[in-house]
Design a binder for this molecule. Sequence first.
Ligand SMILES: *Cc1c(COP(=O)(O)O)cnc(C)c1O
Length: 370
Amino acid sequence: MLYNLKMTPPVSSSPSVTSLSGVRGAVQRTPTYPFTPVDAPIKLDQNESPLDFPEELRALALARLARQPLNRYPDLHADTLRAQIAAFEGWDPEGVVVTPGSNVLIKVLTEMAGLDQRVLSVRPNFSLYGLEASLLGAGLTEVPLNPDFSLPVAGLVRELGAGGPGLLFVTQPHAPTGHLDAEADVRTVLDAAGDGWIAVLDEAYHQFAGRDGRKAVRARPNRVSLRTFSKAWGLAGLRLGYALAAPELAQNLQKLVSPFNVSALVTAVAGVALEHPQYMVERAAQTVQERERVLAALANHPVYTAVASKANFFLLRTPDADAAYAYLLSRGILVRRQDKLPGLSGCLRVSIGTPAENGAVLSALLEIRS
Ligand SMILES: *Cc1c(COP(=O)(O)O)cnc(C)c1O
């Protein structure tokens, strides 16, 4: 069976357009975000939660939405939501910035500290850091990860010392490898980011890692933690992310966020989620348990190598990513190809799904013998 593309891929993003010379060259040269939606019964390609927002919370959210005045602007800077997030995280509300997805924070951070300066990260990594740097014409340096996907500590420390000012992105757990670094290594890198740098810890997957970086971020006024409702909270469709930082840094970041950028609808739904965080905690624990079950079952696979992960996904190294992707899709399982990324030849990224979905993945993979 074949699952069809929902959309035709965007027309070539080649820079041959000459009639739009008003568009900055950096924008024209930047490729479009590399994602093509595909339909399949088992969707494990975007690291989403396999479970939707719980029914009883959905009912509470709908009741709240029904009473929501829609003729009025929401809070200018989502103050109610910021206060709720601050209480949940044990953070100063003045140090919280919310946006429609943490992707927007990656953009405004790049505007704040990367534009006309530098952006430093690792390779491979989450593609948006490089994409935003490219759009804004920021000087981008990506230090290759070590072969075991750990942070290239010495290389990053060297780049940080060679000079800012600029923006550092460290992802923990890392995407798309799922690697979680030794706390001491993360600390060494953050410590090397002196006053000229803004150091960002992207913690989109921290709930699956059993560790987070709030303490490290609190220790210095130039550090930021990025968090999202898209993964553990199961609310990718809502579009909500936030930054935790010191108030002075948050206030500067806030200047770059458009006013009223989080709608009253999003605020109402997120409010219900934050009043009932237990569902998220339980689901994250279930995902971790499933991840370990899947990785253990694949440990001695004769052909594929499943890479240990502390996130809600893992890399699967195959001899032929094309063939492995098509085979899984023929079994109704959609995963994400990562084989074109540096150091990830043959790799697919598989999200952890429900126990039944993971069972289907294991049956399909364990049938492969050569
Ligand atoms: C999924 C993800 C995010 C979250 O993006 P949203 O815009 O909040 O959906 C951020 N960083 C990384 C590394 C991710 O994988």
